[in-house]
Design a binder for this molecule. Structure first.
Ligand SMILES: Cc1cc2nc3c(=O)[nH]c(=O)nc-3n(C[C@H](O)[C@H](O)[C@H](O)COP(=O)(O)OP(=O)(O)OC[C@H]3O[C@@H](n4cnc5c(N)ncnc54)[C@H](O)[C@@H]3O)c2cc1C
Length: 496
């Protein structure tokens, strides 16, 4: 079991590199991260004093003090000579390195490796209002908090992330909505999730219980029992498209470690026709699943969980040629469906995601709830003094910390340009990254971005000349030892 703070991570990493004859700097360069300046020291944001600092003025209010909100506040603090920044965030505790939940779920980290007090990462000089923004009046440039305070702003950044809506899955209505780091939500969710083989790493307490359930599953297989593990992906948007694949691979690894893999049937079910939007990554993952003897089923919509009988229910769907359309002079396509029930001993649930109601249903939300922004500038499509980033922004391919890392730099540059009355020139290109854990000790680093500037399509975007479809140990080191310090000390101080 590995639970460490950042300094311990780096010490351990350095000793691994030393054994391999590498310095940390060289290893970072090999991973294509040399430019990130990640010889991590633990920097803090403070008002800029350099000659490059902008003298632009205006009150900036940021809704959400998670990963994107704090990174944005820190970078703005570093870039403005007289920053006036307020963050509205209700939660006293945070988890900004949420990818760590996956490692907790497989018993590689413990909970305190990812949780921290929100106040500890607030940038210097930023005013924190510990409350929830509940009403928005963007024409009057003001919002209201749950405690009734009316807050005026000149510029607004929406960085409120997303809500895990387990209630959208029939059978899990009682679990309802769960924020990843909310202790209160966890208490409610744990009444159903985290027992009887059912679990989810999408909230931190749930990740802890995932490890307990995984151990039971492995122990049953080891005892000679024939067991089934079910790994469904929802048909709705969800954060981190790679998470279910990672959990599947980690269960496979733990079973192998116990010498019990032969007794387990692992089933991965997805609503789509592919495992990844980028063709070469899809091919690589499909081949990895085949090698690991995971039964992949495409075009299966996850519809229901029967908690009493431990059955996951799906709707298999496919298209067939229908009647001839004389007007269009072509055959119509008809969708056929067929129910499928899979009895499980272990089932890892990925919750459908939605934007928090108070924003989704406000004038700032789109029809689907996400905040509509220009894909490239991240400026709101209706209210020019409003920007959005992270999980809540209606940006294709997003909903990862990797995309937030690129977005916050673009947003800050454009917001400052707007404050200075200049043209906004910074553009987000859809870049994101999924360090796909393929086993304990290997990761495939799937980096990709939009194919076209309007956000359609996806193409591989490797940072350096190594085949990105290969599983590598060096990327495991990146995932387990470096991405957390990059997030906590790079992003949250606005410097990486
Ligand atoms: C299991 C798991 C694995 C993941 N793996 C990866 C990975 O491998 N790679 C990767 O890049 N990403 C991964 N991610 C995704 C990544 O963690 C998120 O995309 C990222 O944290 C989003 O940052 P955010 O700032 O948008 O949201 P958050 O960090 O969730 O912050 C949103 C904040 O807004 C606050 N808030 C909400 N509503 C309001 C309101 N009305 N008023 C005020 N505040 C509000 C919330 O309390 C919260 O603190 C993973 C996520 C999970 C759950």
């Amino acid at each position: 079991m590995i639970n460490r703070n950042v300094q311990e991570d780096l010490k351990q990493l350095d000793s691994i590199f030393k054994e391999s004859g590498l310095s940390r700097r060289d290893a970072l360069k090999m991973m294509g991260l040399g430019g990130a300046g990640l010889v991590v020291t633990g920097t803090e944001a403070s008002a800029a004093t350099s000659v490059q600092a902008s003298d632009a003025k205006g009150k900036i209010v940021i809704v959400g003090g998670g990963l994107s909100g704090v990174a944005t506040a820190a970078k703005l603090t570093n870039s403005l000579s007289n920053p006036d920044i307020t963050i509205i965030e209700p939660n006293p505790n945070s988890v900004s390195y949420q990818p760590g939940n996956t490692l907790i779920g497989a018993g590689l980290w413990t909970k305190d490796a990812v949780t921290y007090e929100t106040k500890d990462f607030m940038p210097n000089g930023v005013k924190w209002i510990q409350d929830k923004a509940v009403e928005f009046n963007p024409t009057a440039n003001e919002l209201k908090t749950a405690k009734g305070e009316v807050i005026k702003y000149d510029f607004l950044v929406i960085a409120a992330g997303l809500v895990n809506d387990f209630g959208m899955i029939k059978g899990l209505e009682e679990v309802g909505e769960v924020y990843t780091s909310s202790q209160e939500d966890a208490v409610k969710a744990k009444k159903i999730l985290g027992q009887n083989g059912l679990c989810s790493v999408y909230f931190t307490e749930g990740a802890v219980d995932t490890w307990t359930q995984m151990q039971k599953f492995v122990a049953d297989a080891k005892s000679g029992k024939k067991v089934t593990g079910v790994f469904p992906e929802p048909h709705t948007p969800f954060k981190c498209g790679g998470a279910q694949k990672k959990i599947t691979n980690l269960v496979d690894a733990r079973l192998n470690e116990a010498g019990a893999r032969a007794n387990a049937d692992l089933q991965f079910l997805t609503n789509g026709k592919k495992l990844f939007g980028v063709p070469e990554y899809h091919a690589a993952i499909e081949s990895q699943m085949k090698t690991r003897n995971v039964n992949v089923r495409y075009e299966h919509k996850f519809t229901e969980l029967d908690l009493v009988n431990k059955i996951a229910k799906f709707e298999k769907h496919w298209e067939v040629k229908g009647a001839w359309d004389a007007d269009l002079e072509e055959f119509t396509m008809e969708t056929k469906t067929e129910p499928l029930e899979v009895k499980y001993d272990f089932c890892h649930v990925i919750p459908p995601a939605k934007a928090p109601n108070e924003i989704a249903k406000s004038p700032l939300g789109s029809e689907k709830g996400w905040v509509p922004v220009n894909n490239e500038t991240l400026q709101h499509k209706v209210f020019p003094n409003v920007f959005s980033l992270g999980d809540i922004a209606a940006v294709p391919l997003g909903k990862t910390g990797g995309s937030a890392r690129k977005q916050y730099a673009v947003l800050c540059t454009n917001l400052i340009a707007l404050m200075e009355g200049k043209e906004m020139t910074a553009k987000y290109d859809g870049y994101t990254v999924c360090p796909l854990i393929t086993s304990i000790g290997t990761v495939m680093l799937a980096e990709f971005k939009w194919k076209a500037a309007d956000g359609t399509g996806a193409v591989a975007a490797p940072s350096f000349p190594l085949d990105p479809t290969q599983e590598r140990w060096i990327y495991w080191l990146l995932k387990v030892y470096l991405l957390k310090p990059m997030t906590m000390y790079g992003m949250l101080s606005g410097r990486a």
